[in-house]
Design a protein around this ligand. Structure first.
Ligand code: PMT
Length: 411
């Protein structure tokens, strides 16, 4: 595990499971992370500041003012410092405060100031967990961008009862963190979150369908996987993401600013126009059909022998149109799907569509392009030409955004 330099805010609340968090601190520290503990006042009835500060090698904060030094604890700075905030255990009380936005202790002030992903591991008795009020609070929290719940687990509870409510096992919490770090590599840092936070990112994804009649259409094999993976990475970085998607079978990611499902290129063009002025970064990953039937026949065209000609007309080039109106503070990423002369075509499209960055994928490369779970792409930007190796689309999406972050600075 390589967590060197990761900054973790560890929130501890009033629950008997607080004693298990000492093991979590030890593991995080052993793996090279920096850990800053912030306790709710009730947590200190279960575990002492001396234990926590010895393990974390930092002072433990629980009050707005450090009475020993007469110093104010800067909750805003703490919230901005962290790469991730983990609240474990998270009592029913703290869950409710988080859901309601209450700010009556330092931990809550830090939570409300945190710009990083927030993970929480509920711990309470089974009836408290099952209570409709807790259910409502949990649903509210998990629907927030970058919030993730770990557990609770089922088993023996401090009350002597048995059921769901135990804090997730510490090794499962550490395992989930480890997986997340290795998936996100260097992407989700306080710095990159600060760059992307609240930026409006417009993403097009999936294919378009161009109707021949009421039951038939012209389309292509785009699955939406590449565009949806990009949307998820931007959400992980706290951006406001507008996803305009052609028909695909993927569920839209949670936490989108807007999700606009469309069928045809003309519908996609209309949806894009609504955000033309507003977007900060536009990522055009959709495989827009270049042509549509000149007219759509009502009903179902009857089967006939022989040739059945369909007259086609060119669709508007949505990206080129956006590129022609792009302001200097807007950043535009285009894609190019090629089968031959990839490099030359990518350079040409980047230039004529006025893109700041272009992502080339070539259908000739095994594992690249439509439908696959993987992709192999080459990036064209002010940084030059960068080839990425074949990887899952989720990883490719991360690397594309990582590259974008090197080229983009918000206005
Ligand atoms: O959806 P998946 O199955 O995961 O597959 C991903 C993908 C192969 C669809 C994706 O990686 C990709 O390459 N998307 C762009 C496909 C494409 O239409 O390429 P193009 O070279 O024809 O278009 C160039 C650019 O202009 C693209 O950004 C495209 O969105 C845009 N365009 C094209 C035509 C048009 N009428 N309007 C557009 O905006």
């Amino acid at each position: 595990m390589g967590w060197s330099g990761r900054k973790i805010l560890l929130g501890i609340t009033g629950s008997i499971a607080a004693y298990k968090t000492t093991w979590i601190i030890r593991q995080l520290k052993n793996n090279g992370a920096e850990v800053q503990v912030v306790c709710s006042p009730d947590a200190l009835g279960f575990v002492t500041p001396l234990t926590l500060s010895t393990l974390s090698e930092r002072p433990v904060f629980s009050e707005f003012v450090r009475s020993d030094q007469g110093e104010w604890v800067n909750h805003v700075a703490l919230g901005m410092w962290a790469d991730l905030m983990l609240i474990a255990p998270c009592s029913a009380q703290t869950l409710a405060k988080m859901a309601g936005g209450l700010c009556d202790n330092l931990l809550m002030a830090v939570y409300l100031s945190a710009r990083c992903p927030v993970w929480f591991a509920p711990a309470m008795d089974l009836d408290m967990w099952k209570h409709p009020a807790t259910t409502r609070n949990v649903l509210e929290l998990v629907s927030r961008p970058n919030h993730k719940m770990l557990g609770p687990a089922s088993g023996a509870l401090a009350s002597g009862l048995s059921g769901v409510g135990r804090m997730a096992e510490p090794q499962d919490i550490v395992g989930a963190l480890d997986q997340w770090w290795s998936n996100n590599k260097d992407l989700v840092t306080a710095e990159s979150s600060a760059t992307m936070r609240d930026q409006l990112i417009l993403i097009t994804a999936g294919p378009t369908r161009e109707a021949i009649d009421d039951v038939r259409y012209i389309s292509n094999h785009s699955s939406g996987k590449m565009g949806y993976a990009l949307a998820q990475v931007c959400l992980d970085l706290d951006a406001r993401v507008v996803l305009i998607s052609g028909p695909v079978s993927l569920p839209p990611p949670h936490g989108l600013f807007a999700f606009i499902p469309v069928e045809s290129a003309m519908e996609m063009q209309e949806a894009v126009k609504k955000y033309q002025e507003q977007f900060d970064i536009g990522i055009f990953c959709a495989a827009v059909a270049d042509f549509r039937p000149v007219r759509k026949t009502e009903g179902k065209v009857k089967k006939k022998d022989g040739i059945f000609p369909i007259e086609l007309v060119a669709n508007p080039d949505i990206l080129a149109e956006v590129g022609s109106k792009k302001r200097s503070d807007q950043f535009l990423v285009g894609f190019a799907l090629e089968t031959a002369n990839g490099l030359a075509e990518a350079e040409r499209k980047k230039s004529i569509k006025n893109c700041d960055m272009l992502v080339l994928n070539n259908m000739q490369d095994p594992g690249a392009g439509f439908g696959q779970d993987t992709n192999q792409v080459t990036l064209f930007s002010a940084k030059g030409i960068t080839e990425l190796s074949l990887a899952p689309k989720k990883e490719i999406a991360r690397q594309i955004i990582q590259h974008l972050l090197q080229c983009y600075s918000p206005a």
